[in-house]
Design a protein. Sequence first.
Length: 388
Amino acid sequence: MRKTLIGLGVLGLAAMFALPASAADDTVRIGLILPYSGQFADTGTQADNAIKLFLKENGDTVAGKKIEIIRKDTGGINPAVAKRLAQELIVRDHADILAGFELTPNALAAGDVSKSAKKFMVVMNAATSIITKKSPYMTRTSVTTPQLNGTFGTWAAKSGIKSVYTMVSNYGPGLDAQKAFEHGFKDAGGKVVGSTAFPTDNPDFSSFIKRAKDSSADAIYIWVPGGSQPGAVGKAIAEQGLDPSKRPVLGQDVLTDDHALQTMGKTAEGITTVWNYNYNLKTPENVKFLAAYRAAYNRNPDIYSIGGWDGMHLIYAALKKANGKTSGEALINAAKGMAWNSPRGPVSIDPATRDIIENVYIFQVQKVGDGYNNVLIDTLPNVKNPVD
């Protein structure tokens, strides 16, 4: 029997365990794959918080169908687990849609399942550029790393920074960010005087910060994933006596998120970062979203939250446009070209790449009242993913 099941593959198994037509027609099952435990657990919590809030604000019925969320925990960077969970969601739990995916390796692994089972898949965070190529039924509601960092590199050079030293986490997203930033920076006339990649697990940030500080670079660019590492970077910056208000330190969003700022304090002052969303944005949609999120969870939404919120918006909108049809083909065709006003500003789904088009924001940590916060200093509108 086991050999027979393996030979059937995802599509054969899905057919073998299919729901009765009446049950399948009444409910849309969304398989939500996120890290609910491990070092990335808070990123999963923030995305799921926004998903719960979206259902609370918009109801759990769309296009005449009841929405059911089935949650699965990857525990962190576990592509084999993510792939197995995606298969189980389709075969055992009869999921119509796959969603979530905070981490690139997990999204890539599940993309194979989306492709073979022809299931609509919404990536709500993982940001490596190539992800949507894994399945023609996949779209993304977060951002791509080059979309942010290529734009940031160009902005930095045009803002007067002549040379930079780059240091990034040594895996797909970090290397993607480094390549994009350096490309944008050099194309705009800047010079990269040095670069390095550090281990993903518990790196000695202090030694890397010292190396960058001792270089001749005008500025230092740092990329780390969300979770506990941004705070550790701030500690290393303080240990090495690096003053970002005098020598620019540049990075992507999570480097100065709320958790990092609480750890860094004054050390963070002057750090300049690139974002696709920050809760300090003053769009009408964000004022409403921020108030509802704070009321529900007693904390601020973040980049993971907005990916979850807009991911659910896209799923609802696609289901409406497809008249409740749940095939991968119907939903991805409905999603292509979709446009709406998000809390982050105007967004749309590129019909060619199935990636999101959105504003890119430049923030700088400044003293605000008795503390420090990210303050918007520039907006770059309607940015596409620059990588084919």
